[in-house]
Design a protein. Structure first.
Length: 142
């Protein structure tokens, strides 16, 4: 299975610019999702992992996306689509996925632009722990 995502300027450019993290917290990328992308910290909750994954799509970090995918559902490779520009994340709700949980879900809406036109993706994502860290499992059926 190949999954298509967005390839953007890259996390290095985002950190050097000191810009806001794409995940929408308002914090600088270097203090928010940047350390998770670099592997120097892990996401403490399922929502934090969801935010880091959205940011990875926005900055083109396919390595983080693959690392944060559960081994049973992870695609063999990930091709980032240069035609998409991920612009904004809305967290619509969460269920479990906290510090002491082993599973959780996050419902979100991700906004993007393709060929100058706006679009959005809504998903109810399932997360679990693998080797003690949060990972993305799949989209929950609605």
């Amino acid at each position: 299975m190949t999954v298509v995502a967005r390839r953007d300027a890259g996390r290095g450019a985002a950190e050097r610019a000191g810009g806001a993290c794409p995940c929408g917290t308002g914090r600088p990328y270097a203090d928010c999702c940047g350390p998770v992308h670099r592997g120097v910290s892990t996401a403490a909750t399922a929502e934090a992992l969801m935010r880091s994954r959205f940011s990875a799509f926005a900055v083109g970090d396919a390595d983080h996306l693959l690392r944060s995918w559960h081994s049973s559902t992870r695609p063999a490779r990930l091709r980032l689509d240069p035609a998409l520009r991920w612009t904004r994340l809305e967290i619509l709700g969460t269920d479990r996925g906290g510090l002491f949980d082993t599973a959780g879900t996050v419902r979100f809406r991700a906004h993007y632009r393709e060929a100058g036109r706006p679009g959005r993706l809504e998903e109810h994502s399932r997360f679990g722990r693998e080797d003690g860290r949060w990972v993305y499992l799949d989209a929950a059926p609605d």
